[in-house]
Design a protein around this ligand. Structure first.
Ligand code: ATP
Ligand code: MG
Length: 338
């Protein structure tokens, strides 16, 4: 069956004083119906811009979707007009934004913000919408839900605001939920509760979920497949278990080495990836990860590696099979460098 969401060769640019920022550069990925895809990558690699492009919410100017296709249920969203997009947003694709305070209106009660969307999209009456809003807050675990409808966003804690956002996102039973770092600002206990909530609602409502995070722990716990982004590009994609067991792109390997693992005991040192991601303006024709890569070779500096198939349903943007090699840093510390 065709994927629910099929993003092909997406290009999203920002025209700034310093030059063109290629925030999303030839990005392709898909989400099947009912599945959870994780999009992972460091700050600034283009995760939010990718999701805002899908929702057609890129501020223009300075932003522009410069190329590609975004098929949702077979229709290219980049060809849809604003009225069609308004119908799709909220009704069929819902998004939980990275910062709940920027997407909740501080001067409207939480109840009003939920009922507004129910009246608009589902054509419910005021009274029906109010009762459904209470149910939704209850569903996301807000205590005394119907009494909290008259509260303003600032009267909720951070974790509860995130729940309100989820309730709003789910108000119209979307087919796809895009959750952009839904738990970054929350403490670990609340984080776990929110992720569990998204997972449970996904099952109950039979949604597909695209979850954006820089936290591989989140990915391990709740996704079917993972797409890894680096410097505006997809650099690896695989089933989640395959990605954790057999990562092929040195960037993914670096990400995995930098998280603690319960199965590896206390002796293992955590190795953060050295250096910083490159500027997305005028990226040269070389592997964008090469300045930070432990396995770098001369060829890596001659062209940008394309995504290539490395195993079944597993693609990686590295020119070499580096899994059997000793990383440069280890060679140097052992004095065996070339
Ligand atoms: N309005 C804008 N004008 C200029 N550049 C922008 C704009 N919005 C985003 N960018 C640039 O696009 C790139 C990708 O940004 P994006 O917000 O998608 O990163 P991200 O992967 O979501 O990071 P984070 O994990 O910090 O949320 C960044 O280099 C950013 O500076
Ligand atoms: Mg972001």
């Amino acid at each position: 069956m065709a994927p629910l969401l099929d993003v092909r060769n997406l290009e999203t640019h920002f025209h700034t004083q310093d030059g063109v920022v290629k925030a999303v550069d030839n990005v392709s990925f898909y989400v099947n119906r009912g599945e959870t895809l994780g999009i992972v990558g460091e700050s600034g690699c283009g995760k939010s811009v990718t999701s805002l492009s899908i929702m057609r919410l890129i501020p223009s100017p300075p932003g522009k979707i410069a190329g590609g296709q975004i098929f949702f249920d077979g229709e290219d969203l980049l060809q849809a007009n604003e009225q069609q997009m308004r119908h799709i947003r909220g009704n069929r694709i819902a998004m939980i934004f990275q910062d709940p305070m920027t997407s909740l209106n501080p001067v409207l009660t939480v109840g009003r913000q939920i009922t507004e969307s129910l009246e608009l999209h589902l054509k419910l009456t005021k009274r029906e919408a109010l009762s459904r809003a209470g149910e939704l807050l209850d569903m996301v675990g807000i205590p005394s839900a119907s009494k909290r409808l008259d509260n303003y966003p600032h009267q909720f804690s951070g974790g509860m605001r995130q729940r309100v956002m989820i309730a709003m996102a789910l108000a119209c039973n979307p087919e796809l939920l895009i959750a952009d770092e839904p738990t970054t600002a929350l403490d670990v206990t609340i984080q776990a509760q929110i992720l569990e909530l998204i997972n449970r609602l996904k099952e109950e409502l039979d949604m597909a979920v695209m979850i954006i995070t820089h936290d591989l722990g989140v990915v391990a716990g709740m996704t079917d497949r993972v797409t890894v982004m680096y410097a505006g590009k997809v650099v690896e994609e695989a089933k989640t278990s395959e990605l954790f067991e057999n990562p092929r792109m040195p960037y993914t390997i670096g990400l995995l080495r930098s998280i603690p693992r319960l199965d590896e005991g206390r002796g293992r040192k955590l190795n953060p990836i050295r250096g910083l991601p490159p500027s997305l303006i005028d990226l040269p024709q070389l592997c964008p990860f090469s300045p930070r890569c432990d396995y770098v070779r001369d060829e890596c500096l001659t062209k940008t590696p394309p995504l290539r198939s490395v195993a079944q349903d597993h693609r990686a943007a590295c020119l070499f099979d580096i899994t059997m090699e000793t990383p440069l840093s280890v060679q140097q510390s052992e004095g065996v460098a070339a």
